[in-house]
Design a protein around this ligand. Structure first.
Ligand code: GAP
Length: 513
């Protein structure tokens, strides 16, 4: 098995080779941090979105879904705080003219020291029997020195970020002697705050036009529609509004493939609750969301909670569900108890009341909100990178297989005529027609049957149905299972029931309920 860095490269190549993800406008050399989903990627992404939507909206009577516009009145972003505070600290190297996120340069410098410690620990672990890592870390001179430096960097960095102290951020970069990876020099500009929202002009005449933004999150489309949905849907608190859709951020450090993109898709749900009950709901949603992730069937050790210690000014609790990507544990989903910050601010900026009359309390109030927010592309990467497996087989050959959860796989079954003659393709077509109303089915006639199985393994197709000469005699086919490669012979009449039982989303949703 390749090391993690090589493995990640292999996953990216595989995603392209098998029609999952292409660089955007590749014929023009691509556009940084923007990607297109190919024929298989679009299906997988659609299935993940559908699983989220069905488990949120269809499975919960008190959650409804909306589809708000990407463009919103510009004051929305003043009220939400994005115009004033949705910033990244940036620094330029004067020689290479390259722009970097100052916080990332500092974090990378600390990570390099962590790597040095890791290497010392690994070296020592090989040398000594009964190796005591904690003892080694606290007594080895070099390791103690590195750790001291990391702690110092972290403390200074945290204070600088909290105080919005850009001069201190620059000083940390100078003190750490960080060089530009391109020019190799330390010729840095000052650190400046840079707003992440993309702005554009609305209106055809320059004088009449005004700046509007491409939304940086879908959540605000829910907040501004809170009362519309509550009144027209006769919703009683507690209730939720869900939405999936594109969001845009001018990310400066765009790396790690689809992990951090400039155009991405979010799946967000705002749950409106009575003030004072938000802590309970926050705990309930933490548990519910973790259960949803576990339904993928991946090892439980791939997920962990990261509780935020320093909270945004509007939150009274927040955590991330982190996932172990090939480049380490990183945020996959955020769960935030956002108090009444957004609705109260929209009330203030719009001058319109955004309150709920609670018949049980006989009083009006601005509801509190617990938010669950997940990136669809990031979820795609979590699934794709975990499913990607390079396998050595007993006969000495190898295969690459995508062990995708069957209910999410882009294609549920491939129908393969053993030979491209003798009436087998025509019989295969009958089988496709039997299944295609319920599932995405494909067919392939080119290449040996073994090569066709491998291709479907690489796409993650859970079942290959082979039509052979016996099929013409007794109306049976073989079904080959992707992960075990085991084959069974079944009657064609039973295929709809067998495939449905093994690939349908409803069975997973039932288990989740
Ligand atoms: N409404 C809250 C909100 O937007 P966030 O932590 O900024 O919170 C939520 O984003 C989720 O959106 C993240 O956990 C991540 O999965 C996804 N996300 C954020 N920025 C992203 C980016 N540049 N590329 C891909 N996904 C992103």
């Amino acid at each position: 098995m390749a090391n993690q860095e090589d493995l990640f490269k292999n996953i990216i190549s595989h995603a392209k080779e098998y029609g999952f993800i292409f660089p955007s406008s590749e014929i023009y050399d691509g556009l940084s941090a923007v990607y297109d989903y190919g024929q298989n990627g679009a299906e997988l992404k659609k299935n993940i979105r559908e699983f989220w939507w069905r488990s949120m909206v269809q499975m919960n009577e008190n959650i409804v879904g909306i589809d708000a516009a990407i463009f919103m009145h510009p004051t929305t972003w003043k009220a939400s705080g994005h115009v004033d505070a949705f910033n990244d600290p940036l620094i330029d190297n004067k020689d290479s003219k390259k722009r970097y996120r100052a916080d990332v340069l500092i974090e990378d410098a600390a990570a390099k020291l962590e790597d040095k410690i890791k290497k010392e620990v690994e070296k020592a672990a090989k040398r000594f029997e009964n190796f005591d890592e904690a003892m080694f870390r606290s007594t080895n001179g070099r390791v103690v020195e590195y750790q001291k430096k990391i702690d110092e960097i972290n403390t200074r960095f945290k204070t600088a970020m909290e105080n919005n102290d850009m001069a201190e951020m620059k000083q940390i970069i100078v003190d750490l002697e960080i060089v530009c990876p391109i020019s190799g020099t330390r010729n840095w500009t000052d650190v400046r705050q840079f707003n992440l929202m993309f702005g554009t002009q609305v209106g055809s005449v320059a004088e009449d036009s005004s700046t509007i933004y491409l939304r940086p999150e879908t959540a605000q489309g829910i907040f501004v529609n809170f009362l519309n949905v509550q009144k027209t849907g006769r919703m009683k608190i507690p209730f939720g509004i869900a939405q999936t859709g594109k969001a845009f951020r001018n990310e400066i450090v765009a790396r790690q493939f689809i992990f951090r993109m400039r155009e991405f898709e979010q799946m967000e749900m705002q749950f409106f609750v009575r003030p004072g009950t938000q802590k309970e709901w926050y705990e309930q949603w933490k548990a519910a969301r973790m259960n949803w992730h576990r339904a993928m069937g991946f090892d439980a050790s791939k997920y962990r909670f990261h509780d935020h210690v320093k909270l945004a000014h509007y939150a009274d609790a927040a955590c991330d569900i982190e996932f172990e990507f090939p480049f380490g544990f990183k945020e996959l989903e955020g769960i935030h108890s956002r108090t009444d910050f957004d609705l109260a601010n929209h009330e203030k900026f719009s001058g319109k009341k955004l309150q709920y009359f609670d018949p049980e309390l006989n009083q009006n109030y601005v509801p509190y909100v617990v938010e669950t927010s997940i990136g669809l592309d990031r979820m795609f990467l979590a699934i794709m990178s975990t499913a990607y497996t390079e396998e050595k087989l007993d006969d000495g050959s190898g295969r690459v297989v995508l062990n995708l959860p069957a209910f999410l796989a882009p294609i549920k079954a491939a129908v393969l005529p053993l030979l491209n003659k003798d009436g087998l393709p025509e019989k295969a077509k009958e089988v496709i027609d039997l299944l295609k109303y319920d599932h995405i089915i494909t067919s392939e006639e080119k290449d040996t049957i073994g090569k066709r199985y491998r291709r479907q393994d690489a796409i993650g197709t859970p079942y290959c149905i082979t039509v052979d000469h016996q099929t013409l005699e007794d109306n049976t086919v073989t079904i080959r299972e992707r992960d075990t490669m085991k084959q069974e012979r079944v009657s064609i009449d039973r295929l709809p029931e067998i495939i449905d039982a093994r690939v349908s989303m409803k069975h997973v949703l039932k288990k989740l309920a």
